[in-house]
Design a protein around this ligand. Structure first.
Ligand SMILES: [Zn+2]
Ligand SMILES: [Zn+2]
Length: 228
């Protein structure tokens, strides 16, 4: 047993990230390309009316597009966006972040990195080799940078993966805290961190739910008797 470099919970050797953290990474890598579509759609200024019109009080004409979105999409975005004017400010854009980690991964694996696809910039390449990533010494750094990228994108697109609560209690800690979040592989327990595949959850549910429903009916019946 070793410790997960991201959450410090136990991780099976030779893993450097636990299954739960690896699953979170996989979810983000699936989410980013979908979010990029929304991000590109919110590039034009008119997509946020609260900004108002005319840019009152500015000494020069404002950019025709949103600066915060442009910074995230970065110079590798489809079209003619280039950083020649050095007007990129703030943290590294999405494409640059993914490119840098894909480059690191390719070096580890001895691959030649394919040219960037602006619509899915290396997210699929990273996801395909997640087994290597969760055994690498740099997994925590990648996790931190992706967490930052995802947080900034979600703040602009106002789109977050949904979490659906599961009705059966956790088989490990018995809390009613099992749920499934979009783009994640596993059903997880928010209380104890247990992960179940959808098939394992379905099997568990079939086992426990009939008894639980029966107890529920008995409780309701008892309340009725007390009330009458
Ligand atoms: Zn972890
Ligand atoms: Zn649990």
């Amino acid at each position: 047993m070793s410790l997960c470099l991201i959450c410090t919970h136990p991780a099976q050797q030779p893993r450097t990230a636990c299954v739960r953290c690896g699953d979170r990474l996989r979810g983000w890598l699936a989410e980013i390309p979908r979010q990029l579509v929304l991000l590109a759609a919110s590039l034009e200024l008119g997509s946020r009316p609260a900004q108002g019109y005319g840019g009152a009080g500015r000494a020069h004409s404002p950019l025709p597009v949103r600066g915060d979105v442009l910074n995230l999409l970065g110079p590798a975005a489809a079209g003619t966006v280039r950083d020649t004017a050095r007007d990129q400010t703030g943290p590294a854009p999405v494409h640059a972040t993914l490119h840098a980690w894909a480059d690191q991964l390719a070096e580890d694996l001895g691959h030649r990195l394919a040219p960037i696809n602006p619509r899915a910039p290396y997210a699929d390449y990273l996801a395909r080799h997640l087994d290597h990533i969760v055994r690498s010494p740099w997994v925590a750094l990648l996790h931190a940078e992706l967490a930052d990228v995802v947080r900034r994108i979600r703040a602009i697109t106002s789109t977050e993966p949904r979490r659906r609560a599961m009705d059966a209690p956790c088989p490990s800690c018995t809390a009613f805290a099992l749920g499934h979040t979009d783009w994640q592989t596993y059903v997880d327990c928010e209380a104890c961190g247990l992960l179940l595949t959808p098939a394992e959850y379905a099997e568990h549910r079939v086992r426990v739910m009939p008894a639980l429903v029966e107890i529920g009916i008995l409780m309701v019946a008892a309340q009725h008797r007390e009330a009458s």
